[in-house]
Ligand binder design. Structure first.
Ligand code: FRU
Length: 902
């Protein structure tokens, strides 16, 4: 992976920049030199080359050398145009530490790093030797010089001269060709065209191009049989080898360019390899004897060089492809690496996530298990609470009965003059049993509120009389303690929609509290104010009592809260209940208090009834309210019982009660005033009611076996008992219960705990009502209209009975037996029902109807009295006259005479 992403050796190796100052470059030899250099460079990718051409001008060359050095080259190659002018700059550069390679032409000193080039002296010398051979040691030479200031020209000349030593060969003419063909041609042509020029056998050009140019000139001047020798032996169509092949030149001498060698040496220098300072390239002669083979070789070399170039180009292309591929591979690899790293990361993340998920899942499971457990526990707790509440509700019911049984005899004892010495104790018993009862009631109310079973039944009432009635329970207490206790109202006729039972409890609580904490000579004021802005009525209870701390005020409506003062006797229920009850009225209650100054409670109730929903409103009929507390707090002095001995034992009461203590108590107490029949269960109760048809029945609605309402229904629907007034005594206090009962025909409702006084008074009242009804029935007689559609069973009974009697009025045999048969009643039942409803026995009643009818007939008909007597069922007119006189105080004939006189 590391190699894959490494940048490769060429990128890693240091790059070297080589500057080459070329003296001239417009000839084939120099071009060959450049080609060799580039060819060689392809083997050294760490080298780059910049060539500057001085175009045969030494000054230009100096300038260019400076520029190259300034550009930051690492090594300078220089082929000096002329030795002397160029030497100083080369020495300077070299001495400054920049490596310098001198190629081909030399400077005048040896201050350079290396020299690469042919041995020009040897070239000249070899050429001289060759010429000696060719000319057999004797002849004249025309020498065409290269640039005279350049070292090859000088050295070649020197070599040539040395080779000629000891021979008869002379250089007869020297021409300055300056290495250039055209210059050489011009100079030669100019020379040849001169007169008296020395004869020559051979022209030796310092290079091939000048020698070839000389050949051309000679040819053009028809100068034949001359030999032409050059230097360089370049391959290629215009090179010396071709010229030898073409017999243009007789011979040429290899003078390698050294381009490849100079690059090789440069690389060695730059990379610190060992290198030779003097790199002398060998020379050799090329003439007709070897030109063919050499040409073949050089052609081959050219081919190979071309091949090499092609290969190099291919390599370059491959390199490019490789680079691209490598770049691609690099990018791909990098992407792959990133992908792999990402994958590893994702995988790791996934694994982590999975682990976290697993952990979360486990935690979730744990939590949900715990939740389930908590739920289960809370359900169990809820169930247990419900059971406790049920138990608590039931036990509360249970408390009521013994409390009733405590209260009732206490009430009796309080009325009993003989018990006068125990009156304070009895009052204490009464007061505390009342208190207990109130607590039980409050607890039960809160329970109802909690189970949302408590509903407001609001009706419109005058608030002032309502409050005054509640106040009346406290008046005595106020008087005893010298407390100013009054009601102040802007308007005494304020009407308000409220549930009297509930508001009664609230006001009773507020007043109880006020009295609890107000000292003697203090004041408790109830204020009733209209708040027109808020469209509400404020009921304030202001006392000058002990007041409360801020902390107590904050919690005073909390359930079971017992503040510092309130703890002395409060249960912490009354105010909590009051708040809930007022909130059921869509109102609210507030408290303000200053310790030591007093407490003000304000109940805010809205005007009108729009804030109640329809189920919370009772219209019209049941507007009467039942204040139990008023019973509890009725005057402290026992109310004397008004004995009415005339009523005593005239009526029979059936007491249906399954709780023996209460039944015994009721029977014992009622027994003083009435005949008592008692029943401990429903069957016995109904049986006795049907059998003995009592004048009144009291029933406990909470009978164990059967719902009390079912008995009421059964009794009220039976013709034999339908007329009997029923008083229900119950522990159930709900208004719904009352409505249900009243709809069924229950005549009165008394809630436990009851005051015997109340029971007695209600019984007396109902019996008196019954008497009135009886009179009403009698007054209605004889019943003319029997087709009344909606009749009560009793009225229906009276109606049926009278019409039956009327129908049979002329039948003297018609009596109890016939009626019992017709109406499906026993003699006793008929007797008691008739007696109860009309106050007469059957025979008395029939008699009364007969006489009433007779009276009517005496008035409307002229029939003889004996006939009328028969018509109304009397067998003899004498008995008719006696009965008529007994009833109306006058005989039938006297009655008729009286009417006639009128
Ligand atoms: C090319 C050339 C060659 C010769 C050499 C000497 O420019 O003239 O023909 O051998 O230079 O420097």
């Amino acid at each position: 992976m590391a190699t894959l992403f490494s940048c490769g050796p060429e990128e890693d190796a240091k790059q070297y920049k080589i500057g080459f100052s070329q003296c001239v470059s417009n000839d084939a030899w120099r071009k060959a030199m450049h080609d060799e250099m580039y060819r060689e460079l392809s083997f050294y990718p760490d080298l780059s080359l910049e060539i500057r051409d001085a175009q045969g001008n030494s000054a230009t060359q100096i300038q260019q050398i400076k520029e190259l050095v300034a550009s930051g080259i690492d090594l300078l190659i220089v082929s000096p145009n002329e030795s002397s002018p160029i030497t100083p700059i080369i020495e300077e550069i070299f001495q400054n530490g920049l490596p310098v390679i001198v190629v081909d032409r030399k400077t005048s000193s040896n201050l350079y790093s290396a020299y690469v080039g042919g041995n020009n002296y040897e070239v000249g010398y070899t050429a001289g030797q060759y010429i000696r051979n060719v000319l057999n040691g004797k002849g004249n030479i025309l020498e065409i010089w290269g640039l005279r200031g350049s070292s090859p020209a000088v050295e070649r000349h020197r070599g040539l001269l040395n080779a000629f030593q000891g021979s008869d060969i002379n250089i007869v003419t020297e021409i300055n060709g300056q290495w250039e063909k055209d210059t050489a041609k011009n100079q030669l042509s100019e020379h040849l065209l001169k007169e008296n020029i020395p004869e020559f056998d051979l022209i030796f050009g310092h290079n091939d191009v000048m020698a070839i140019g000389a050949h051309e000139i000679c040819n053009s001047l028809n100068i034949n049989n001359k030999k032409f020798l050059g230097v360089d032996a370049l391959p290629g169509p215009y090179g010396g080898i071709q010229a030898v092949t073409d017999d243009v030149l007789d011979a040429t001498f290899f003078y390698p360019t050294g381009g490849d060698k100079s690059i090789e040496v440069a690389h060695k220098i730059l990379t610190g390899d060992f290198f030779e300072k003097e790199n002398i390239l060998q020379t050799a002669v090329v003439d007709s004897s070897n030109v063919r083979i050499i040409k073949q070789q050089t052609d081959k070399i050219i081919d190979q060089q071309d091949n090499i170039i092609r290969q190099r180009d291919r390599i370059n292309i491959q390199m490019e492809i490789y680079k691209n591929q490598r770049t691609f591979l690099f990018v791909f690899g990098l992407t792959l690496l990133i992908a792999i790293i990402s994958l590893i990361y994702i995988f790791k993340s996934l694994r982590d996530k999975q682990e976290i998920n697993e952990e979360l899942k486990n935690k979730n499971k744990e939590v949900s298990e715990q939740k389930d457990k908590v739920l289960e526990l809370s359900q169990k707790a809820e169930k247990a609470t419900q059971q406790k509440f049920e138990f608590f509700t039931n036990i509360s019911h249970e408390f009521r009965t013994p409390l009733t049984l405590i209260q009732a005899p206490v009430e009796d004892l309080l009325k009993n003059k003989e018990a006068a010495p125990f009156k304070p104790d009895l009052l204490l018993i009464r007061k505390n049993s009342m208190r207990l009862l109130r607590l039980v009631n409050q607890l039960m109310d809160l329970r109802k509120l909690d189970s949302s079973k408590m509903f407001v039944k609001a009706a419109e009432h005058e608030i002032i009389p309502f409050l005054e009635e509640i106040m009346s329970s406290f008046k005595k207490l106020a008087m005893q303690n010298g407390i100013t206790f009054k009601l102040i109202a802007d308007d005494r006729n304020i009407k308000l929609w409220f549930d009297p039972m509930m508001l009664d409890k609230v006001m009773f609580n507020l007043l109880s509290n006020a009295f609890k904490f107000t000292h003697e000579k203090g004041s408790i004021i109830i204020k009733v104010e209209q708040n027109a802005l808020a469209n509400e009525v404020l009921i304030k209870v202001e006392d000058t009592g002990e007041g409360m701390s801020k902390e107590s005020v904050k919690h005073i409506f909390d359930r079971f809260y017992q503040g510092e003062n309130f703890s002395q006797s409060g249960s912490g229920l009354g105010l909590a209940l009051s708040k809930d009850l007022i909130e059921l009225h869509h109102g609210y209650i507030k408290v303000e208090s200053q310790p030591g100054e007093g407490t003000n409670f304000t109940v805010h109730l809205k005007n009108g009834k729009a804030h109640f929903n329809s189920s919370e409103i009772i219209e019209g009929e049941f507007q009467q309210y039942f204040s139990e507390e008023s019973i509890s707090f009725e005057d402290f002095e026992p109310v004397p019982i008004v004995e009415d001995s005339t009523d005593s034992k005239e009526n029979t009461i059936l007491v249906i009660e399954d709780e023996k203590p209460i039944r015994d108590y009721l029977c014992k107490q009622l027994g003083k005033y009435f005949n008592i029949i008692q029943a401990e269960n429903i069957e016995t109760g109904i049986g006795k009611a049907l059998d003995q048809v009592p004048d009144l029945i009291t029933i406990d609605l909470m009978l164990q076996q059967k719902n009390g309402f079912d008995i009421v229904k059964a009794l009220k629907n039976d013709i034999r008992t339908s007329h009997i007034p029923i008083i229900v005594i119950t522990a159930k206090k709900g208004i719904e219960e009352r409505i249900k009962g009243i709809k069924l025909g229950i005549d009165d409702y008394i809630t436990k705990p009851f005051s015997f006084e109340l029971v007695l008074e209600r019984i007396k009242m109902l019996l008196a009502n019954r008497q009135k009804l009886r009179e009403h029935y009698i007054h209605e007689l004889p019943v003319e209209n029997t087709a009344q559609t909606k009749q009560s069973p009793d009225k229906k009974f009276v109606s049926n009975f009278t019409s039956l009697v009327e129908k049979n009025i002329s039948n003297s045999q018609f009596g109890v037996n016939e009626i019992c048969q017709e109406m499906g009643l026993s003699r006793g039942q008929l007797y008691r029902k008739l007696k109860s409803l009309l106050g007469y026995s059957v025979n008395d009643y029939i008699n009364k109807v007969r006489l009433k009818k007779a009276k009517h007939l005496l008035l409307t008909e002229n029939s003889p009295i004996a006939d009328i007597a028969f018509q109304v069922g009397f067998t003899t007119s004498a008995y008719f006259s006696t009965a008529f006189k007994n009833h109306f105080g006058i005989t039938p004939s006297e009655f008729r005479d009286q009417q006639h006189q009128n």
